[in-house]
Design a protein around this ligand. Structure first.
Ligand SMILES: *Cc1c(COP(=O)(O)O)cnc(C)c1O
Length: 766
């Protein structure tokens, strides 16, 4: 199909207009149709074995630019639009961002789909078609509020397939309708699919906020991702959702297997199911149920399923490892209970250690440990960064590693540099083309060749100029969309990611307080700094919401202080999502990756920032460790306790032990003078004057007495490291060299590399 003829044809057919007469919205819809036509004309990749990537989230972001790039028509479309005086970026503003994900895990799934397609691997995603997403975040009175985030329009990327399955819930059968989103592969002529299941009659958006009747089933099954689980009805709804996804997904797998003419007892020869975190774990008993229902013996079914499934662990936070009361599953899908009991019986017969049981607890109060189910009945268990996998093997999942050493493997996460460099930073991408040739776009390792330019002042100046341009672009968007003025001449110091105590936005806020108090004490900073945050807090996560409140109050206080304002700015992106990430990340000077060591499994934000020439300020946690090894100590700022020290403190090893079992005693740290004044500022008259006293006092008490993620342990070291980074920023040439090294070394973090490793070690699709 010739784009040059087809696009004007579409404008005529749809609107009776020339391209140049179309509104941005009309142009968007022409391009949507064009892209859909081209993508659906592409065949699926070939291959005898097929991967199904099951995930509760796919944080795919807007698709237009990415699909144009993958289809190889990005430059051509851009040229046609420019010719009629239009900009792709303005047209893209019309596209709603799909709300199918939450944070890093969902974004990883999206990068993986992109890479699977780009490598021409035979693999599809399987998930749910949430209508209102997680939620849309609004700030009111310096607090987060939530509202539904509808994104599905009459014309969208969703393709109805006509495929339907019946999901047998305890209350009766529910029809699951399949919609597909095409995933065209860059550098191939094939396309994969994201399969999203939906109910037949989805409920409308709630009238106010995101509260709704959790037992309004089946209409509410696909309303929201992660409905509030602070009460039983919400938790039960999550089980219903998960079963809806995996039952329909398992039926799709078996349907396609049969269509390929393969016998059920050869499932594992032809299918791999990657279970992304524990949300899809019920696919294991569901497949066993379907296979035995279709004639396989229990032994055969268990063997096939165990050889078909593979599990990715994403967390070592105990509270984040899902455990469901057996009674919930009994209610949602009673037919799974006997299968789960049988799987548990087999595991207990083989392994007497109660720590590895699938079902734990006394009768009537039994809980199902989803990760344990996954590990016993999978062919592979992987962590998502080298450090994370070591922690799984040596502490969190040690009893399992002792049983199944060969199952455990590491797959360090990656990001698609197509979205996170080529599309979001075309200026840097073309500089890279000039320096190292275009080959890096297909083979990101070639970015290493950029190292040859580390002493080239012309290239370094270009890097600085591009960064300055991206900072101005971001300032423009902020002014336009949030009415906030940013100073592009200041250092952009950025922490954008989900709000969680382990990620320690609160420690970043303590730094802001430190700077503010310094300025008020008469000490002028080296240079103006903008501290930018972006984060959604889970609606029921009280402490996380208090931290957002703290940040917004600090902003208000500082903005209204003429002494501080020239030097210090605090701003927070409202409704941080992929679209915002694509604007914020290329504009970053200092990338804040400050999680408590051992708690962040990998992080992928850190990789996106690095590729765009930001310098990381981080703890030796997750993939930061690998970033540090690659760029070397001169090109990263690391600080804080190491993961083994932290793990020992949680285990209570050391001289003193607190009531909560840790040998970390928050009050000891609080009472250091340099720390106490920062923490106490939370309840200072200045801050109480702008904020909610109850919320700030709760935060203050928690930090002082509990500080579960040890912000006070690292805060002094953090302040020193951050001040060093901000000082070093002043030597522009030396800083540009750090930027260049970060970009040059980021090829390793391409998700194409990650996916090639999954295929080599786990999937073997070709
Ligand atoms: C990459 C990304 C994340 C993950 O960020 P981390 O810093 O790795 O937690 C979350 N949200 C969005 C929108 C992203 O693009």
């Amino acid at each position: 199909m010739d784009v040059k003829t087809r696009l004007p044809e579409l404008a005529q057919a749809r609107y009776g207009l020339e391209l140049s007469q179309c509104s941005d919205s009309q142009l968007y819809h022409c391009l949507l149709q064009l892209t859909q036509e081209l993508a659906s004309a592409r065949p699926a990749p070939s291959g005898d074995r097929k991967l199904y990537y099951f995930s509760a989230e796919f944080l795919i972001g807007k698709l237009l630019s990415n699909n144009l790039l993958a289809l190889g028509i990005y430059d051509e479309v851009n040229a046609i639009l420019t010719e009629c005086g239009r900009a792709l970026s303005a047209i893209e503003d019309v596209e709603p961002e799909p709300s199918l994900g939450n944070g890093g895990l969902g974004r990883l799934a999206a990068c993986f789909l992109d890479s699977i397609a780009a490598l021409g691997l035979n693999g599809d995603g399987v998930g749910l078609n949430y209508h209102y997403g997680l939620f849309e975040q609004k700030f009111q009175h310096n607090k987060q509020t939530e509202r539904p985030n509808p994104w599905i329009e009459d014309e969208s990327w969703l393709i109805p397939t006509g495929v339907e399955f019946e999901v047998p819930f305890g209350f009766g059968p529910v029809k699951a309708k399949l919609f597909d989103i095409a995933v065209p592969g860059a550098h191939t002529a094939t396309a994969g699919r994201l399969h999203l299941f939906d109910v037949e009659a989805p409920a409308p958006a709630p009238q106010e906020g995101i509260d709704f009747n959790k037992s309004d089933l089946p209409a509410r099954l696909t309303s929201f991702l992660y409905p509030d689980d602070s009460n039983e009805a919400g938790r039960l709804l999550r089980v219903y959702q998960q079963y809806f996804m995996v039952s329909a997904g398992a039926q799709l797998v078996l349907k396609e297997l049969e269509e390929r003419g393969c016998a059920l007892n050869t499932l594992s020869d032809h299918v791999v199911i990657q279970i992304n975190d524990t949300h899809p774990s019920m696919v294991i008993p569901e497949l066993v149920r379907l296979l035995t229902g279709r004639g396989l013996s229990m032994d055969e079914a268990v063997e096939q399923v165990s050889k078909t499934c593979a599990y990715t662990n994403h967390t070592i936070l105990a509270e984040a490892l899902e455990k469901w009361p057996l009674s919930f599953i009994e209610k949602a899908a009673p037919q799974l209970t006997p299968i789960l009991r049988e799987l548990d019986r087999r595991a207990k017969a083989a392994h007497t250690d109660p720590k590895v049981a699938v079902i734990q607890g006394e009768e009537g109060k039994e809980i199902v440990h989803m990760a344990h189910l996954d590990i016993h009945y999978s062919r592979s268990v992987n962590g998502v960064a080298a450090l994370h996998t070591e922690i799984l093997k040596n502490s969190e999942l040690k009893p399992f590693y002792d049983i199944y050493p060969a199952k455990f493997n590491n797959k360090t996460n990656g990001v698609t540099l197509r979205r996170w460099l080529e599309v979001c930073n075309p200026q840097l991408a073309s500089l890279l083309d000039e320096c190292v040739g275009r080959g890096w776009r297909r083979d990101p390792d070639q970015l290493n060749k950029l190292m040859e330019f580390a002493g080239d002042s012309a290239v370094l100046d270009r890097m600085l100029a591009i960064k300055a341009e991206k900072k101005r672009e971001l300032a423009d968007v902020f002014a336009r969309e949030q009415g906030i003025t940013l100073d592009p001449e200041s250092v952009f110091d950025i922490q954008v990611k989900r709000l969680h105590e382990y990620k320690r936005q609160q420690m970043n806020a303590l730094y802001v307080i430190h700077k503010y108090l310094e300025i008020k004490g008469g000490k002028t900073p080296q240079r103006p700094v903008t501290v930018l945050f972006g984060a959604k807090a889970a609606p029921a996560y009280v402490m996380a919401k208090h931290i957002i409140h703290l940040i917004l109050c600090l902003r208000k206080l500082i903005e209204s202080d003429p002494q501080a304002r020239p030097w210090l700015h605090v701003a927070m992106v409202e409704n941080y999502n992929v679209t915002w990430a694509e604007r914020v990340i290329p504009a970053c000077d200092i990338s804040e990756q400050i999680s408590l060591a051992s708690k962040e499994a990998s992080g992928t934000g850190n990789m996106k920032f690095m590729a765009n020439g930001a310098v990381t300020l981080g703890t030796l946690d997750g993939a930061n460790v690998e970033i540090a090894e690659l760029v070397g100590p001169d090109n990263i700022y690391t600080f804080g306790a190491k993961s083994d020290e932290v793990i020992r403190m949680y285990a209570g090893e050391g001289e003193k032990k607190g009531a909560d079992g840790r040998s970390y005693l928050p009050l000891d740290h609080y009472h250091r003078p340099a720390v106490e004044r920062l923490v106490d500022f939370l309840v200072s008259p200045e801050l109480l004057g702008v904020g909610d006293p109850a919320a700030l006092a709760t935060l203050w008490r928690d930090m002082k007495n509990k500080d579960w993620f040890m912000a006070m342990l690292d805060v002094e070291d953090y302040i020193a490291a951050r001040d060093r980074a901000i000082a070093d920023y002043g030597d522009r040439t030396a800083w540009a060299k750090k930027m260049l090294v970060n970009t040059a070394k980021s090829g390793y973090f391409s998700s194409d590399r990650t996916i090639a490793q999954y295929d080599r070690d786990i999937w073997q699709l070709k």
